[in-house]
Each structure stands twice: as structure tokens, then as C-alpha cells.
Design a protein around this ligand. Structure first.
Ligand code: GDG
Length: 751
């Protein structure tokens, strides 16, 4: 007997005795435990007997409401007393006869199923289940850590299909993604059973999956729903919960005993779910991602704006993990409010009300936070310091105070929405103190941090008056990830020098805690740069290419930032034209500078510097039919970027310092393997550690860079192919999703 209180017991006794009583019970994960494959999950003799006995009781209507096909259900439940709902409601059998619900044309699913099957062949453990009106991709048996990669590709295929075929939708179940007709939902079973059972029926629905929520949501005030918590917690419309199929069977057996006139003691009763104001409750999330800026989730074109698709590399990397865990992403809304106004915070579901969708939570910044925290401490102090530009560092007490204040604001919002055991993953230099403020609020779960920019050497880092406090607070994380082994070494050296901490290569012990430190270099999603672009996209870049004539293209793409070494890069290009005049008229540099932090004076200065160098070079070398440098201060879509990358003979990636540099990886991914361009890469980009087959260059040494550029432009096809093949293998081996999964796996392993 569990600790259920007397009123719960009375409540259940009243329901169990009610006539007529309708029971709607899901199978997989509810009455039958999950097995490794759908074939292996078969109702055993105990489950079959229980269902048949309940169905035979007077005053009870017993319906199995499942996603399984009708032939499968019929094989197990031949008795006409058991009502069956197959494929989530597409077909149903009451009183012995099957009827199909609605007109569904399953033809478009054929090609989708074939594509998913080809995908599954490449991912051991993945399994495609083809039903009459749905296709399901099961990934329960795919090894953890390998699932994300599968899902990114699968979602790509499925989302395109759904966009083309709006009568179908993707639904995520427990380790299964299912594509099914939007018109068919388990909710249709509720009025059907109610009608069949007769006037005054009370219903009891049991299920574990998001598809069962459709049933739960349409139940009446006198009905009850029990959610089976086989996996992570998520939003539910049920008022009661049970742990597993054993408990479900125990409750149903008890109910059967009650109706048979016995008064059995309940071995277990459904436990009430604590429900605060039901409309506003945000469920506790098991994975919280925190970053300064929230990912952009843009509506799909032509859609009603409810379903959204994400843009941006970090989002693609984290999306599978967030979706499969029903995670939340917390960040700045991008909005500033006057300091006298209250700061608004909020939480929304990113994709309508699907309970497994990602939630977004945000904080607005006051103007003074924007000034002192974002522009000040983050971008005026930490950014230049961590990139080893000490002369550009600005420091103020107000900056440090605002830095701490904003962390408190983020934690105030995160704490009530996150279970105290949830996994938290914070990103970048904006959030170095987040673990510290969350531990102060009692957070006990694993917390990790990934630093996207370099961590500097001790002599640079110790210029910060709050250096020791910062490292001390960072040691409240369980895992800190960096792009390169050098960043790890730098951090360890700072901890050893500034704190009474015990430091080894990969663990720092301090204040009775252990923090693991590791190099976990980020990757990209290579496929995203390999797909052929849409014709409309092609035209704009083609027009740009036509202006270059036959000249070879050297391409630079960066946010406009002084760390990216754009003036040095332009100067080296000019120097190359001086040293190797034979290139004049035969090569053009296209430099795309994406506007960034334009309101910070240093960035405005940088822009002016770049523009004046471009003007000088074009004035000095330009001819009527040839413009040496095309400078574009704007951003391009990913497809246009891919097209430009592919057209470029040299990817000219020469930051003075960079945590990683994704453009280098994207350039490699986009090349034609039969005629690839050459990646010229700064030795001070984190990417250089993994990409030793690039032409590595020193961006501070202009003559050297000019020679390296000449060498890259002259490189023969066989050498280009050899280098590219090795670089591509690196880029494909560890991609953005494997990176996210490895980080989360490493974080879980810390505990
Ligand atoms: C920080 C670290 C680290 C560029 N132009 C456009 C555009 N981009 C995209 C690129 C690339 C991304 O922006 C730039 O990433 P980077 O890695 O090169 O540089 P940061 O922005 O400084 O990123 C860096 C990174 O974090 C990840 O950890 O590698 O070291 O500084 O993905 O494709 N995207 C679009 N239009 C453009 O015009 N859509």
C-alpha cells in the first residue's frame, strides 16, 4: 500500500464503482512495457487476460487505444467485447466491426518511408515502421550519443515532407518520431467510447505518450486521466500519475476486484499530480540551455506562424537534445527597456502546445544592463581580454556589478522553471557565473559550461581585477568545455595560480567540489552546406560572380569584428598583388562582413578602417574591367553562403584570434571534392588544431600571408584533393550534433 491519502482512495473507489464506466487504455509504455523493437513489445498473457476480463464485466466498456495497425491489434484481441482503436484513431472496431475514419490518402507516405529507410540503413539500431496511414521512425535502439545525428537528418527529411504535405504532421513519441495525418488523433476515441458506453458514462484514460495527451485533453470534468511516467517529465493534461506498466496493471486489477464486489486493498493507487494554476503552469524542465541571445525561431513561410523552424548553428546542434528531453532555452529577448520600467520575463512554447516542444524563456535588459553588462563587461572587457587584446580592454566597477546583477536575473527566472536536479548547460563568456548563482538557489543537478571563445593565458587573464572571483565562481560548474587543449591548459593554470585549488590536467578540486575541464571542439552540420541551392537563391550570387568575370575568387566571411583580422587580410591581399603582379586582373577578393555590435565605437572604427583599405586597394590596383576587392557589409542566407564557398578558389580565413571559427569548417564542407578550393587558415583560430591540412598562416606577418595566398592560388589539383579529403573527414567526423551529445554525455558522466 502506498502513502495515498484517504480522500484519494475514496475518489478512486467511487470511480471504480461507477456504472457505466469506459476505460481507454494505451498499450505500449502503458499496459505493456517498452521493448527494444516494436515487434518485441507484445502483450503477454497477463495483460491479455486482464483486458478480456475487464471487457467482460457488466457496465464496463474496455477500449484499447493504440498507434498499432488494426491487423496487429486484432491478432491479440480477437474478442468483440474489447473495443479497438488502431493507428491513433484512423480505424476502430466497436461491436466486432471495423470502420475507417476519414479519408486519408497514404500515397505520399511511400516516398517518405523509402527515404527514412535509406537513412535508417546508415544508422545502426534505427527502424522504420510502415503502417496504413503513418510512418514511424524508432530510435530507441540507436546508441545514445548517436541519436542526435540521426534526428537532425531525419527532421530535415520529415519537415520538408510536412511542409509539402500539410495534411500530415510530425509527432514525437517516446524515442519515436511519427508522421501521421493531422486529422487523426486519439481524441476521437473519447466521444466514441462515451457514446457506446451510454448515458452518464464516466471515463478513465491511461497513457504515457504525447499522443495520449490528445485523449486526456478532451475528457470531461467527471472523467480521469492517468499519465504513466516512463520517461522524462513533460506537460500533461492528466491529473494522476503512475510509474510503469506494473502499476497500471495493479490499478486495473484492483478496479476489476472492486467491480466484482470484492473490497481489495489497493496495492497502489494513482498519485495526484500537484497542479498549481493549470493554465499558467510551466512544467519543470529536465534540460535548461542558457545563452545570451535566444535562438531565432522563424515561422515557416506560408504557415500560420504556429510551427516554427530554427536558424543558426548552435540551435541545430542543440535542438535534438532539447526536443527529446522537452528542454527549455533561456536568454535575452533582444529587447531593452528603460531602467525605470519593470523588466519583463516570459516563457512560451516554441511550437504551439506540443508538450515535447522546446520552451523559450527570456529576460529583457534594462538600458543600463545593455550598457554596462552587454556592451560593457561582456563585449568591452571579457571579449577583448579573452581574445588577448589587452589594449582594447575597458574595465569598470559598474560593469562587474551589472555582470553579477544580470546573472541573478537569469537565475531568478530559471530556478522556478527547472527541477533542482535538471541538467543545465550555459554558453559563453556572458554566463560564466551562472552555476554559482544557481547553486546559491539550491540547484543540485549537473551544470556545464561551454566557452565559445578562447581562454587566455594567466598573464593576460590576471589583468582582470575580479580574476580570482570569476574562476572561483566558474568552479561551481561540473564541466567546463573549451575548443582547444591550449584553452584548457590556460584555464587550469589560472585556477592553480589564483586559487587554493588542486589542479590536474582534467579535474580541478576546490571547495569540496570537482570541476572537469575538457577540450570539446564544436562542429557544424556539414549537410547544410552541401545541398544544391534553390534556383531563386542561385541568381543573386550568380550576378555577383558575373561581375568577377574570369577572375579566381578569394573569399572572406566574418562578423565585422577586430578579432577577425580583416584589415590585415585586405592588406596582405594588396601585398600579394605587389609581390606577384601576374595575379592582377586574375583574382578578386570578396569580403563579406556581417554587421555586428555596430553601436560599439570600436566596431564603428573598425568598419571605417576596412572601408578605407578597400578604397585604397581598388584605387591603386583596379582597372576598368577588374575590381580587386568587393566589400559587402551585409549578411547572406546560408544557401547563398554555401554557393559562394563552393565558388571560391581560396577560403581566406585569417582571424587574429578565434575560439574555433566555423566559417573554416563550412568552407570545407561546401567544396566540390573533385575540384576543391584551398582553405587558408590562421594559426590562431581554434580550428587550426583540427585542420592541420589547411594552408596555415600567420595573420600578423603580412609578407608571409601574401606568399601563402599565392601558394594557395597556385596549388595543383592533386594536392588540393588530398588536403580537402582529409579536412572533410575531420569536419564530418565530429559535427555539431555529436558535439552537443558528447558534451551532455560528458556532463552526465561527471556525476
Ligand atoms: C563564436 C566564436 C566560434 C556568417 N555570415 C553569415 C552567416 N555567418 C555565420 C557563419 C558561421 C557563423 O556565422 C560565424 O561563426 P564563427 O565561428 O566564424 O564566428 P563567431 O560568430 O565569432 O562565433 C567562434 C563560434 O562562436 C562557435 O563556437 O567558432 O570562434 O567567436 O556559422 O556561417 N550566417 C548567415 N548569413 C551570413 O551572412 N546566415
Amino acid at each position: 500500500m502506498d502513502g495515498s491519502n484517504g480522500s484519494s482512495a475514496q475518489h478512486w473507489l467511487t470511480l471504480a464503482r461507477h456504472t457505466p464506466l469506459g476505460i481507454l487504455c494505451d498499450l505500449d509504455g502503458t499496459l505493456v512495457p517498452f521493448a527494444r523493437t516494436p515487434e518485441e513489445a507484445r502483450p503477454d498473457a497477463g495483460a491479455l487476460e486482464l483486458v478480456n476480463t475487464l471487457a467482460a464485466l457488466p457496465g464496463v466498456t474496455m477500449a484499447i487505444v493504440s498507434g498499432r495497425p488494426k491487423s496487429w491489434l486484432e491478432a491479440f484481441f480477437p474478442s468483440p467485447h474489447v473495443f479497438l482503436v488502431a493507428e491513433h484513431g484512423a480505424a476502430r472496431r466497436g461491436m466486432g466491426a471495423w470502420e475507417n475514419i476519414g479519408k486519408i490518402d497514404p500515397a505520399p507516405l511511400e516516398e517518405l518511408a523509402a527515404r527514412l529507410e535509406r537513412l535508417a540503413e546508415r544508422h545502426p539500431g534505427a527502424l522504420v515502421e510502415r503502417k496504413q496511414t503513418t510512418v514511424a521512425l524508432h530510435y530507441r535502439q540507436v546508441q545514445r550519443g548517436m541519436r542526435g545525428e540521426l534526428l537532425v537528418e531525419a527532421y530535415g527529411i520529415i519537415d520538408k515532407f510536412v511542409a509539402k504535405n500539410p495534411s500530415f504532421e510530425r509527432l514525437e513519441g517516446v524515442l519515436v518520431a511519427e508522421i501521421r495525418p493531422t486529422s487523426v488523433k486519439k481524441s476521437s476515441a473519447v466521444p466514441w467510447v462515451r457514446e457506446l458506453a451510454g448515458a452518464n458514462t464516466r471515463l478513465l484514460a491511461l497513457g504515457d505518450d504525447v499522443t495520449d495527451e490528445h485523449m486526456f485533453r478532451v475528457l470531461g470534468a467527471n472523467d480521469e486521466a492517468i499519465v504513466v511516467r516512463t520517461t522524462e517529465r513533460r506537460r500533461t493534461a492528466a491529473r494522476w500519475e503512475l510509474d510503469d506498466s506494473n502499476e497500471v496493471r495493479a490499478v486495473l486489477r484492483w478496479l476489476q476486484g472492486v467491480r466484482a464486489g470484492q473490497t481489495p486493498l489497493p496495492v497502489v493507487l494513482p498519485r495526484p499530480l500537484n497542479r498549481r494554476a493549470p493554465e499558467n503552469v510551466t512544467p519543470s524542465r529536465d534540460l535548461l540551455v542558457v545563452s545570451n541571445r535566444l535562438p531565432e525561431f522563424r515561422p515557416i513561410d506560408g504557415d500560420d506562424g504556429e510551427r516554427r523552424r530554427n536558424v543558426g548553428g548552435l540551435v541545430s546542434a542543440l535542438e535534438p537534445a532539447l526536443r527529446s528531453r522537452g528542454g527549455m532555452w533561456l536568454g535575452w529577448s533582444g529587447k531593452t527597456v528603460s531602467s525605470s520600467e519593470p523588466v519583463t520575463t516570459g516563457v512560451v512554447n516554441e511550437a504551439g502546445d506540443t508538450s515535447s516542444s522546446v520552451q523559450l524563456a527570456w529576460v529583457d535588459y534594462t538600458e543600463s544592463w545593455y550598457q554596462d553588462y552587454y556592451s560593457g563587461f561582456c563585449n568591452g572587457t571579457l571579449w577583448p581580454l579573452f581574445h588577448s587584446f589587452p589594449s582594447r580592454v575597458e574595465m569598470s566597477d559598474a560593469g562587474w556589478a551589472a555582470y553579477r546583477e544580470v546573472h541573478e536575473a537569469f537565475a531568478d527566472l530559471a530556478a522556478p522553471h527547472t527541477s533542482s536536479r535538471a541538467t543545465i548547460w550555459a554558453h559563453d563568456y556572458h554566463l560564466l557565473l551562472f552555476a554559482h548563482v544557481m547553486r546559491q538557489r539550491g540547484h543540485a543537478g549537473p551544470m556545464g559550461h561551454f566557452l565559445h571563445i578562447p581562454f587566455p593565458s594567466l598573464d593576460i587573464f590576471s589583468m582582470l581585477p575580479w580574476a580570482a572571483q570569476l574562476v572561483d565562481a566558474m568552479l561551481d560548474y561540473d564541466l567546463i568545455g573549451f575548443h582547444t587543449p591550449q584553452h584548457v591548459t590556460n584555464f587550469a593554470a589560472c585556477a592553480a595560480a589564483l586559487l587554493p585549488a588542486k589542479v590536474s590536467d582534467d579535474v580541478i578540486k576546490h571547495r569540496g567540489r570537482e570541476t572537469h575541464i575538457a577540450a570539446l571542439p564544436i562542429g557544424i552540420i556539414p549537410d547544410a552546406f552541401q545541398e544544391p541551392p534553390e534556383p531563386a537563391v542561385v541568381e543573386e550570387v550568380d550576378a555577383l560572380m558575373r561581375t568577377l568575370g574570369d577572375a579566381k575568387l578569394v573569399l572572406g566571411v566574418d562578423r565585422l569584428d577586430y578579432t577577425k583580422g580583416i584589415p590585415e587580410r585586405l592588406t596582405a591581399f594588396g601585398r600579394m598583388l605587389e609581390m606577384f603582379p601576374e595575379w592582377r586582373g586574375k583574382v578578386s577578393l570578396v569580403q563579406i562582413s556581417v554587421p555586428s555590435r555596430a553601436d560599439v565605437p570600436l566596431y564603428a572604427e573598425q568598419r571605417a578602417t576596412i572601408e578605407s583599405i578597400v578604397g585604397r586597394l581598388n584605387g591603386e590596383f583596379g582597372e576598368a574591367a577588374w575590381v580587386p576587392v568587393r566589400y559587402l557589409y551585409r549578411s547572406y542566407g546560408k544557401e547563398q553562403l554555401s554557393q559562394l564557398y563552393r565558388a571560391a578558389a581560396v577560403g581566406y580565413v585569417t582571424p587574429l584570434r578565434d575560439g574555433m571559427n566555423l566559417v573554416a569548417k563550412e568552407y570545407v564542407a561546401a567544396q566540390d571534392p573533385e575540384d576543391p578550393g584551398v582553405l587558408m587558415l590562421s594559426q590562431f583560430a581554434g580550428a587550426a588544431v583540427e585542420m592541420q591540412d589547411a594552408v596555415l598562416t600567420n595573420p600578423y606577418y603580412i609578407d608571409g600571408m601574401a606568399r601563402d595566398l599565392d601558394r594557395s592560388l597556385r596549388m595543383r589539383l592533386d594536392e588540393r584533393k588530398t588536403r580537402h579529403a582529409k579536412l572533410l573527414a575531420t569536419v564530418e567526423r565530429s559535427n555539431a550534433v555529436t558535439w552537443a551529445e558528447s558534451f551532455l554525455d560528458a556532463l552526465a558522466a561527471c556525476r
